[in-house]
Structures are given as C-alpha cells and as structure tokens.
Design a protein around this ligand. Structure first.
Ligand code: PLP
Length: 440
C-alpha cells in the first residue's frame, strides 16, 4: 500500500470516513478536492480527464459503455469479455457483437488476436453489414497476455469507432516504469481506458479509474453515466486510495520502486524456470502462469491444495494457476514456490493425461438473433443442458474467476455449444449448472 494510505489507516479509526463535504466533493462534482485531484492524476497519466471509481473497474466500464452506446445499437467486443460488460449491455439494451479469438489448446486459454485476425473480423462485420457504435478491447488478458494495441486502434479510428480499453489488469503499464512493459491503452491512443486499481496497482479493493482523451467521445456524457451508476456517498478512503495508487504509477519515486519490482519479478521467473517449474510465456512480468496440466494436475485442485498450505493464487483454471505478484517486494519467494512445487509433485492429487483443451466452436463473429435484454427478461423455462438444442439462452453463465461468460443471454444453443458446455462442466462443476433458463 502507498505510504499515505498506511499513515491514514494508522490514525484514529474512522477519521478518514468522510461524506461528500463541500470542500471535498466527489468524482462528478464541479469543484472540490476530488475534482482537482482527478484532474492532476489525469494530466500525470497522460489523459485529458479522469474519474475515480469506488465500484471497481466494473462500475466505470459500465458507465463508459452506457455513454458510448445507445439502446439497440451494436458494440463490438472479444468473445472473452468480462461479464460486467455484458451486464452493461443488459442495462443499456445494447447488442454485443462478439468476435472469436485464437485459443491455445495446451492450457485452455484464449490469447489476443494478431492484426490480420482482427482485419478478418472487421471484414466479417462489413459483410454482415452491422453498424458498430463502439468497440471494447481487453488488454492485457487476465493471465497477462498483451498485444501492441496501436495498430488495432488505428484501424478502428479509421472507421470513426470510439475505442474503450478494459485495462483492468494493466493499470501499471501506464507507469512506463520499464521499457519492457506493454504499452498502455492511453499511449496507444484509445478514447477511454479503465483501470482496476486494486487489481493492477496498489489501490484498496473496489478502487478504479476511467481516463478520457481524443475527440470521439463527449466527456459530459461519461459524467452523466457515472452519476447514474455511482453511489451518492463515495467512500473518501477509497477516493484517497485512488489518488495515492495513481501517484505511485506516475511519480518518479513510484516508478523507481516499480522498476525494481519488475526486475525482481523477472529474476523470479527465470529462477523458477531453472528450478523446473513450468511457467508459460506472457507479457505481464507481475503475472506468473504455472502450467499444472503439464504434470497432469488440474489447476483448480492444485489451487485448493495450495490454499490449504497458505499460498493464494489469483486465478485457478483447469490447466493453469496464475499468480499475481503485486507491488510488494517478495523476499525468498523462489524458495517458497520451489518447495510448494516439490510438495505438489509428490502430493496424492489425482494425475491424469490432459487431452488438448477443446477450442469452443464459435463463429468468427456472433450477432445475437435476440437482444441480450429481451432474452434476459423473457418468460423462461428451465431445461437440462442436454435438452436445450435450438433454444435461446436467458442465462449469463460465467465461472468466476475469471468472470468470462461461456454463454450469454440471447445466444442460440446448438449441439456444438452444448457439447462444449458439458465438457466445461467437468472442470467447473459447481459453476456451470446442469439446467439452464431458456426462453419459453
Ligand atoms: C478483464 C476484467 N475486466 C474487468 C473486471 C472487473 O474489475 P473489478 O473487480 O475491479 O470490478 C475484471 C475482474 O476480474 C476483469 O478480469
């Protein structure tokens, strides 16, 4: 945690728990300390304007989307979009147009597309004659895969489509603390970028920031949407935490600290590989992906086992566990992780040969025949998954983490999808129900 917040929390309990007093104001007030602080943070991070958020990246992504897309309009997004965006589509009666992504079968992960993949997506959109009002891209992915966004944004801007980047996991990229970091969405020219400050900076849980630049989006519209979704009593502690977290990304001292953390993380990665841990390549040095499937162990089972030992990972999945190193200086972690790894190898967790993870059979673009909202609010009936062929889902089914939907309201269920979902049930038995709600 930043020093200011540690100091604040050492004060008398509750001294920081202030309402929206006139001098302080809030994220959408015309004046007050928060307004000044947001403006300073925006300039420091390289944006024209910014807003702090107290309902995570979720709240600000939803506000941004409501500002960009009107009811019945279409918004382009990748298949692995976070569920909060689909919930925004429900709130604003927007039509998500989903594009498929490359998939790595050895670990069961979607990975970012390259530019030629993306050009094919745009050609498919043109062929289908869909009018797009805005585009949401996720970068980096939860496991730390990232791409150079500039060419993507350039293509989209040629069409005059505003681009919102869900950079929930990459707030610290905007620090430029180290040349090897992927470029942030702001540097790449995105119109709007959302950071989850508790996920990828050192903010308290629920803190986030939304940044605006360019001339395709009206900032007043954003502010109106934030007012709709945000509490009228934002926590002063969380707002202070937003300010302090961003200061760590933008101040010289903070950048120096980050540079050191990144370099330590790289060292750790090299040492762990040398010790034989199967770590997968990614672009975010603070995320370590351990490939448990390579030794025949399910990542979810390995995760429960590790938790029982006191080691908490960020994201367990069937083929991997992703660890988030955070901003603390980790001392002795190579030894700790190597010891756990050795114990895991000799544990009695079930070992099996993992067949390649099946790539879900999605078309390059999916345009829903029934709008998300009308499917969500329709009269429904519950049917066993196996019996849902030809029906339209009313459910949003999304194992958490990672919060990536495997089924959206409004999607047509066909044999391929059901087969894949039944396979997924084996991996997430408590999160994928055996019966789903379909339009009656
Ligand atoms: C890609 C992505 N976007 C947005 C969110 C939402 O972030 P928050 O928890 O800060 O609301 C998450 C959370 O896991 C996420 O993984």
């Amino acid at each position: 945690m930043p020093m200011e917040i540690r100091r604040l929390l050492r004060n008398k309990p509750g001294i920081w728990d202030l309402p929206e007093l006139p001098d302080i104001g809030g994220p959408t007030s015309l004046e007050g300390e928060i307004q000044i602080s947001q403006q300073e943070s925006a300039l420091a991070i390289g944006a024209k304007k910014g807003w702090y958020g107290v309902n995570g990246a979720t709240g600000l992504l939803q506000a941004a989307l409501l500002a960009l897309v009107k009811p019945k309009q279409s918004v382009l997004m990748p298949r692995n979009i976070h569920k909060c965006i689909i919930n925004a589509c429900l709130l604003g009666d927007m039509n998500p147009v989903l594009f498929d992504l490359p998939f790595l079968e050895d670990r069961g992960h979607f990975v970012p597309p390259n530019i030629s993949w993306f050009k094919s997506v745009l050609q498919a959109i043109e062929k289908e004659n869909v009018e797009i009002s805005a585009v949401v891209l996720t970068n980096p992915f939860y496991q730390g895969y990232a791409v150079d966004l500039k060419p993507f944004i350039t293509l989209l801007h040629e069409k005059n489509w505003p681009v919102l980047i869900d950079e929930a996991h990459g707030a610290y990229f905007s620090s430029n603390a180290d040349d090897s970091l992927p470029e942030s969405g702001l540097q790449a020219g995105a119109d709007l970028v959302v950071h989850s400050l508790h996920k990828s900076a050192n903010g308290l849980v629920q803190t986030a920031a939304l940044w605006w630049q360019g001339n395709l989006v009206d900032p007043d519209q954003i502010e109106r949407s934030i007012v709709i979704l945000q509490t009228t009593s934002p926590s002063a502690l969380l707002l202070a935490s937003c300010e302090a977290a961003i200061a760590e990304l933008t101040s010289l001292q903070g950048k120096q600290k980050l540079k050191k953390i990144i370099s330590k993380a790289r060292e750790l990665n090299i040492q762990l590989r040398q010790e034989g841990l199967p770590l997968l390549e990614n672009q975010d040095p603070l995320k370590l992906i351990l490939h448990t499937a390579s030794i025949g162990i399910n990542g979810m089972e390995a995760d429960s086992w590790l938790i029982s030992k006191g080691m908490i990972a960020e994201l367990p999945e069937p083929g991997t566990i992703t660890f988030c190193l955070g901003f603390a200086i980790q001392r002795g972690l190579t030894k700790v992780m190597k010891n756990y790894w050795d114990e895991l190898l000799s544990s009695n967790l079930e070992r099996k040969t993992f067949p390649p993870f099946t790539k879900p059979n999605f078309p390059l673009i999916t345009i829903l025949g029934t709008s998300c909202l009308s499917a969500f609010i329709a009269d429904t009936v519950k049917v066993p998954l196996e019996d849902s062929i030809g029906r339209i889902s009313s459910d949003l089914i999304s194992p958490y983490p990672p919060g990536i939907p495997i089924l959206f309201p409004g999607e047509l269920l066909d044999q391929n999808r059901i087969d894949w979902m039944i396979e997924q049930r084996n991996f997430w038995p408590t999160q994928i129900p055996s019966e789903i709600k379909v339009i009656s």
